[in-house]
Design a protein around this ligand. Structure first.
Ligand SMILES: *Cc1c(COP(=O)(O)O)cnc(C)c1O
Length: 360
């Protein structure tokens, strides 16, 4: 068996010990005689799996008691609609910060439900930075402020927390949740698709302050209503049981590792391997402002774009996979989520150096 280094943006690499444990438990979970996939979501075995996953996530992120943790479906994309449906609460507008492809999609979807005020944008410099809070034009009547705390495609990460006063702050953390400690208490709502940094596709985690729920738009489907889902322990209908189980194993893996502070140190070391190299070569470059570079998604470019294809082909042959940048921006992108080992970042830089020598 050979495992490659998978730099995909999502679905993405998972920790090997998690995959091994899942393989061992595949046919017979803890003596139950069935796989988790075959269990009733209402049975005590699966309920214990889901409860443990929630407890471990609460512990890892230090989620305060007055927040609900929901295990939903539909991806972050469905949350683009669910957020306004639940959080407008009679208001007519919301503030959005536009920092790239995912922000744009969130804005477009929200516009179906309310007037969107784009409070700040980095479109002027091709979404290559996080706009400073001083320049944000927040609307005091906004129901909430939404931002994409890590733009997966552009590789732009907010390394600071916006201050929106009493206006609820909402973050799409899909591609950097659990990569480092975050102060959940400063947010009204955090959402994230699991397939970047938590587990398989099919699960979406929503963390929402409980005083904000219960006032959704009348046309909100019940599975999208946070209050209804919270009241049913996220089991208004059949949840993504296997995805919840795997995410639970990922949470346990993170706890064994020492939690999010430890994870952050590892992630910083990994990102430094790549960025330090990119900064000392003329052959490649990072298109992202230095202070706003993502620890999780590292876009980079070859100065000579004619070499892109051969670069990707040779990387592929070396077991360095999924380095092609998003189709909307081109170039390269290395996603180095929690489960990517330091050895993966080092192997990539070693290849990049050799490629430069033979093509520079
Ligand atoms: C991947 C991603 C999404 C979309 O997630 P889906 O689960 O495919 O809906 C939204 N926002 C960000 C920041 C992402 O990285």
């Amino acid at each position: 068996m050979t495992r490659v280094f998978n730099f995909a943006a999502g679905p993405a690499v998972l920790p090997e010990p998690v995959l091994e444990q899942a393989a061992q438990e595949m046919l017979d979970w803890h003596g139950s005689g069935t796989s988790v996939m075959e269990m009733s979501h209402r049975g005590k075995e699966f309920i214990s799996i889901a409860a443990a996953a929630e407890t471990d996530l609460r512990e890892l992120m230090a989620i305060p008691q007055n927040y609900k943790v929901l295990f939903l479906q539909g991806g972050a994309t469905l949350q683009f609609a669910a957020v306004p449906m639940n959080l407008l609460r009679g208001a007519k507008c919301a503030d959005y910060v536009n920092t790239g492809e995912w922000s744009k999609k969130a804005i477009k979807e929200a516009q179906r439900y309310c007037t969107v005020n784009v409070a700040a944008s980095s479109e002027d410099r091709n979404f290559s930075y996080a706009p400073e809070q001083a320049g944000w034009k927040l609307n005091p009547d906004a129901a909430y402020v939404h931002y994409t705390s890590n733009e997966t495609i552009g590789g732009v990460e907010f390394h600071w927390m916006p201050d929106t006063g009493s206006v609820p702050l909402v973050a799409d953390m899909s591609s950097h949740i659990l990569s480092r400690p975050m102060d959940v208490s400063k947010y009204a709502l955090i959402y994230a698709g699991a397939q970047k940094n938590m587990g398989p596709a099919g699960l979406t985690v929503v963390i929402v302050r409980d005083d904000l729920i219960g006032n959704s738009l009348p046309a909100t489907p019940s599975v999208l209503d946070y209050k209804a889902q919270a009241g049913a322990d996220s089991m208004l209908n059949t949840p993504a049981t296997y995805a919840v189980y795997i995410a639970g194993l990922v949470f346990q893996w993170l706890k064994r590792l020492g939690g999010l502070q430890q994870m952050e140190q590892i992630n910083r070391a990994k990102a430094a391997v790549l960025y330090d190299f990119l900064d000392q070569t003329e052959f490649y470059y990072s298109p992202v402002a230095r202070g706003d570079r993502s620890l999780m998604n590292v876009p980079f470019r070859l100065r000579n774009e004619a070499l892109d294809e051969v670069f990707l082909k040779q990387a592929q042959a070396r077991g360095l996979r999924e380095l092609k940048g998003h189709r909307s921006v081109g170039g390269m992108r290395a996603s180095i989520y929690n489960a990517m080992p330091l050895a993966g970042a080092k192997a990539l830089v070693e290849f990049m150096r050799e490629f430069q020598v033979s093509h520079g």
